[in-house]
Design a protein around this ligand. Structure first.
Ligand code: IFM
Length: 483
């Protein structure tokens, strides 16, 4: 956790908050939007807790003006959101939907009027259902469809966007969607997950090339990188941790930065490995301008064979982590340590692991501008009798992780910005509305927004970083974090 230390952020550090289309927009049947695989998945009984869907969500589609107003009050420099592919290209092909374009143009206008820089993600899991019907990410064709979509979108909105994120957390799309079955489309099929892993990366590479061909915007990708620690020094636990880290990190970072999949993982997956074409890895490793890192919690991993011994040491099985990964990552098992604070998701809180992870990326790959594109926690928030929402645990979590980011910067990692997940409470995928990650409470029946104590804390934190306008020569701002 944070110690008595001075936290310094560079002068032009970007302060932001993040959301994603299916999680907040609602209006799934409006403005010519097509179906997505998440509409189908959420409407399938038993797939999402309480049968929740994104049909209405935060109704951001209708309330985006109010939401941008709340961003303005918060004082963020930049807003990370995602563009719903089925809103823009309802069938995943053809011309862009004019109503979809109107919605995102209006959002961009509103952001611009409030001097908030847009940081759009091109794909945050809502694949058009018609592409899902043709194999989704197991099909190479989906990568080509994505590149075509991005090409058209950048032509239409490009002049107003200076930075694009191609994909959000392709690990989740590929592995939770096709191996674990907890996310759309809900498959439990290792070769399908490996094909999806490859086609998502190919889609990313093709999209980078499409953007480069028609714009000068920066482009990057957001990964949910893992900080993995073996539960013990036992060789079986160590090997399980290596494979887990390989599955979460190296299966993405190696092709992106080294143009090759990691040999040990290819050997592990053997015949299940995806078919590739010559040149694919060259496309995937097309140079990017920045890396987005989403980080929430450390992972403690042991070998399934050693579960009894590990339980005797006080570990328990982390049921909040994808259970079927046990088989797909070499019989590795996610564990929880005794005595560690967890969030409502059951995720352990250990901010210093974020600093270590950022060091690892720099040392094992290369120094590249990094944005922390998501960080935050779900909490058992509630509205008090006087209408306020007090969430000191979230404030402590954010403080600790900001300190960890500052430590990474101080030791030379090129971190350029930080986005809280999330601006609003929203639809947390398979967990429906049961998990509240927002700085702003959303009353789902009415749509009413109530900023939480963490919102005001983050507002004051940002203000303390830039007490003078940035063009008035402020070189840095300091603040002392509590012990
Ligand atoms: O809500 C998600 C988001 O869509 C992707 N990253 C993790 C968040 C919390 O689980």
């Amino acid at each position: 956790m944070a110690t008595n230390a001075t936290t310094v952020f560079p002068r032009n550090f970007v302060w932001g908050a993040a959301t994603a289309s299916y999680q907040i927009e609602g209006a799934v049947d409006e403005g010519g939007r097509g179906l997505s695989i998440w509409d189908t998945f959420a409407r399938t009984p038993g797939k999402v807790l309480n049968g929740d869907t994104g049909d209405i969500a935060c109704d951001h589609y209708h309330r985006f003006g109010e939401d941008v107003g709340l961003m303005r009050e918060l004082g963020i420099d930049s807003y990370r959101f995602s563009i719903a592919w089925p809103r823009m290209q309802p069938e995943g092909k053809g011309e862009l939907n004019p109503d979809g374009l109107r919605f995102y143009s209006a959002l961009l206008d509103r952001l611009e009027s409030q001097q908030i820089t847009p940081f759009p993600t091109l794909y945050h899991w809502d694949l058009p259902q018609s592409l899902g019907d043709q194999g989704g990410w197991t099909s190479r064709e989906t990568s080509y469809r994505f590149a075509d979509y991005v090409d058209k979108l950048v032509d239409a909105l490009g002049p107003r966007v200076g930075q694009w994120i191609t994909l959000n957390e392709p690990w989740c799309s590929a592995w939770l969607g096709y191996a674990v079955g907890q996310h759309a489309p809900g498959l439990t099929d290792l070769p399908a997950a490996l094909a999806a892993n490859h086609h998502l990366l190919l889609a990313h590479g093709l999209a980078v090339q499409a953007i480069r061909a028609s714009s000068t915007a920066e482009v990057g990708i957001t990964l949910n990188l893992a900080h993995v620690t073996p539960a013990s020094e036992d060789p079986l636990d160590r090997q399980a941790a290596i494979f887990t880290e390989g599955n979460a990190n190296r299966m993405f970072l190696d092709p992106l930065f080294r143009g090759a999949y990691p040999a040990d993982m290819m050997e592990l997956y053997g015949e299940a490995t995806a078919e590739m074409e010559e040149g694919d890895l060259g496309v995937i490793s097309t140079t990017i301008d920045f890396l987005g890192v989403n980080y929430y919690a450390p992972a403690i991993v042991g070998s399934r064979e050693r579960l009894t011994e590990l339980q005797a040491l006080g570990y328990c099985v982390d049921t909040g982590r994808a259970p079927n990964l046990l088989d797909t990552t070499a019989r590795a098992i996610h564990l929880k340590r005794p005595g560690f604070t967890s969030t409502q998701m059951g995720w352990e809180v250990e901010p210093a692991t974020l600093t270590e992870l950022l060091h690892n990326v720099r040392d094992q790959y290369r120094s590249i501008p990094i944005y922390i594109t998501e960080n935050g926690m779900s909490n058992a928030d509630y509205v008090r009798h006087n209408g306020s929402v007090l969430d000191p645990a979230r404030i402590a979590y954010l403080e600790g992780h900001l300190h960890a980011v500052a430590e990474a910067i101080a030791s030379g990692v090129d971190v350029r910005g930080y986005y809280v997940w999330s601006l609003l409470d929203n639809f947390e995928w398979a967990l429906g509305y049961s998990q509240r990650f927002g700085l702003i409470w959303v009353d789902y029946p009415t749509g009413e927004r109530t900023p939480k104590a963490s919102y005001y804390w983050y507002r004051d934190f940002i203000a303390a970083q830039a007490p003078l306008p940035r063009d008035r020569g402020v070189t840095s701002a300091t603040m002392t974090l509590p012990a």
